[in-house]
Design a protein around this ligand. Structure first.
Ligand SMILES: Cc1cc2nc3c(=O)[nH]c(=O)nc-3n(C[C@H](O)[C@H](O)[C@H](O)COP(=O)(O)OP(=O)(O)OC[C@H]3O[C@@H](n4cnc5c(N)ncnc54)[C@H](O)[C@@H]3O)c2cc1C
Length: 326
């Protein structure tokens, strides 16, 4: 492992000043549960690692009339344990509660969860230079692709592994980004960028940007949510397929709905066709199954991952019904 400098700034201003002034490859660290793995695997060789957890005031969960504000360094475990989140944002609570293991939820931060890198075994292999690392090929496309994307592939067939991202996008959350130039607020849905935009990274952050906080709008009357995650193992595993649903019920009819999946595409994957199929319909098993089947029509599985399409249909339909049940 290459030696690197370790920066412990004491304010966000110091972090952004660090990013503006530093030479070489500078990486931000929340809990380090992903970043340190990348360094140890040799996927990245930073010159400087900046410890965000040393910065006071970045770990908080606050409620006000506008909704919820979550600091980037809030532990995933604290989000999962928050009683207001469990009551008002069920899908987010369910997503946080199934991230990794208790140890990783204690160390891992919300900001780090949203900025984590994909788990594709070719990308994580230091000796394999795929498109994502500046090469000219996605090795998964013709190689071993059991866990890879069934939507949005092409230049890269990795899947986005975060459990929190689909749940927060379904809730129409925004992300506050700090940089040496100041702060800006971006819808989380626009924070992720597909490989066609930039195959080297999954989000639109520049090297000088820091995720500062996430804002989740206050729930409206009739809003309900759920998060369903299918894993190969019973626990401590990434999603093979996950689905976050937020829907608004007027009586037994769905007046609005957002569905976002994890584990199926290089970025969190919104199911607009399924949403259109559900809007205005009465909640039922057949409506949920038809909507899921409509979304699955766009799937383009590879040689080894066709099984994911059936799981996708079941997970999406279950998440819709779980959300409607409240
Ligand atoms: C065995 C294992 C199982 C896992 N299972 C799951 C799972 O089931 N579901 C899931 O969602 N995740 C899972 N993870 C992934 C991940 O480690 C955790 O989700 C965790 O929340 C990441 O947070 P962190 O603070 O440790 O990130 P870090 O490792 O500190 O950072 C991750 C990335 O985000 C960047 N970053 C961190 N904070 C910021 C910020 N504020 N602004 C900008 N960039 C930032 C870092 O530079 C780095 O690139 C798993 C990890 C492991 C090792």
């Amino acid at each position: 492992m290459k030696a690197f400098q370790f920066g412990s700034p004491k304010s966000l201003e110091q972090v952004t000043a660090y990013l503006a002034g530093a030479d070489g490859d500078v990486r931000l660290m929340g809990g380090g549960t992903d970043l340190l793995g990348e360094i140890k695997e040799g996927t990245i060789q930073p010159d400087v690692v900046v410890d965000l957890k040393a910065v006071p005031g970045l770990a908080f969960i606050r409620r006000d009339a506008d909704g919820l504000a979550i600091g980037a360094c809030t532990a995933v475990a604290d989000l999962a344990a928050d009683p207001d989140v469990a009551r008002d944002y069920r899908g987010l609570h369910e997503a946080a509660a199934v991230v990794a293991s208790p140890q990783l939820r204690n160390m891992g931060t919300v900001g780090g969860n949203l900025c984590q890198r994909p788990r594709c075994w070719y990308f994580r292999d230091a000796a394999t230079v795929c498109n994502k690392k500046g090469g000219s090929q996605c090795f998964a496309e013709q190689g071993r692709n059991k866990y890879h994307a069934v939507f949005g592939g092409g230049l890269c067939w990795s899947v986005y592994p975060s459990d929190l991202a689909p749940a927060l996008i379904a809730l129409e959350s925004k992300v506050v980004v700090a940089s040496p130039q100041g702060e800006r607020t971006i819808p989380l849905a626009e924070f992720y960028a597909p490989p066609i935009v930039n195959v080297r990274k999954e989000n639109i952050l520049s090297r000088q940007d820091v995720v500062k906080e996430i804002r989740v709008p206050a729930p409206k009357k009739g809003d309900r949510g759920a998060y369903v995650k299918f894993m190969e193992r019973g626990a401590w595993d990434f999603a093979v397929v996950s689905a976050a649903v937020k829907l608004t019920l007027a009586g037994n009819s769905i007046s609005d709905v957002r569905i976002v999946c994890g584990g199926v595409a290089p970025v969190p994957w919104r199911l607009k066709a399924a949403e259109d199929a559900l809007r205005g319909r009465t909640v039922s098993e057949s409506a949920a199954a038809q909507a899921a089947a409509r979304a699955a029509g766009d799937a383009r599985p590879l040689a080894e991952n066709g099984y994911k399409v059936d799981i996708f249909k079941a997970v999406v339909a279950r998440a819709v019904l779980a959300a409607a049940k409240g």
